[in-house]
Write a protein that binds this ligand. Structure first.
Ligand code: AP5
Length: 216
């Protein structure tokens, strides 16, 4: 199974990816997670990426294409994978097309999680992230353990630096301007499944699983 999760910041890509990963046993390739790991490790790439991420801007295409090219060549992607957060520009989409064609691969589906703007900002500005395991929570929809702790490993949860209202608002603007047009690229290929991303996490998960069971 080769999937592409598409949606604005806060649309629930990471949340749904976890369930898909468990059910279909394919790795989640999240460019945001890869970049955050580089930032945490203090690498040159992490330092460079951080200047963009903290402002809610996109990291340059050549950097992102290199990251994905290396990641998809790793052995765990041989039987399938799910991209989360890539491609985000037309240049990235075209580079991905070339990579897939060279490897003789094609996507089975693009899942577009559709969520209104105000709800995206509400979700992002309330999101709490576990610095140990990366799981995310929200006081309204997916509350953490008492004392704002991760229910899985007990770590104190933090707010991502780019989840302030101001930066989250810019991220959504950047998505609408630079990334949303990429969806048309996949619509022309006839592989986009539009999924209503509003409602509870399990409700949205049910819609996602129904689509995947239909194709896989
Ligand atoms: P990245 O980490 O990819 O962030 P994003 O796309 O902005 O996505 P998010 O992780 O914020 O949202 P999500 O859709 O996964 O939502 P989640 O499931 O957590 O990118 C970060 C930065 O890295 C970018 O700004 C950019 O600088 C850089 N970058 C990354 N990839 C790049 C690329 N390809 N090119 C250039 N730059 C790149 O859910 C959000 C919250 O809502 C959570 O609290 C969750 O509990 C809650 N929630 C989820 N579902 C529901 C629901 N159904 N109802 C209520 N609440 C819900």
């Amino acid at each position: 199974m080769k999937l592409l999760l598409f949606g604005a910041p806060g649309s629930g890509k990471g949340t749904q990816a976890e369930a898909i990963r468990r059910r279909w046993r394919i790795p989640q390739v999240s460019t945001g997670d890869i970049l955050r790991a580089e930032v945490k490790a203090g690498t040159d790439l992490g330092r460079q990426a951080r200047t963009y991420m903290d402002r809610g801007e996109l990291v340059p295409d050549d950097v992102m294409v290199g990251i994905i090219r290396r990641r998809l060549a790793e052995p765990d992607c041989a039987e399938g994978f799910m991209l989360d957060g890539f491609p985000r520009t037309r240049v990235q989409a075209e580079a991905l097309d070339r990579m897939m064609a060279e490897a003789g691969l094609a996507f089975d589906a693009v899942l577009y999680l559709d969520v209104p703007r105000e709800e995206l900002i509400r979700r992002l500005s309330g999101r709490l992230t576990c610095p140990t395991c990366g799981r995310t929570y929200h006081p309204d929809s997916n509350p953490p353990a008492p004392g704002n702790r991760c229910p899985v490993d007990g770590t104190e949860l933090v707010q991502r630096p780019d989840d302030t209202v101001e930066t989250a608002t810019n991220r959504v603007e950047v998505f609408l301007r630079d990334t949303m047009p990429v969806l048309d690229h996949y619509r022309r290929a006839g592989i986009v499944h539009d999924i209503d991303g509003t409602g509870g996490i399990e409700e949205v998960g049910g819609r996602v699983m129904k689509v995947l069971e239909g194709i896989g």
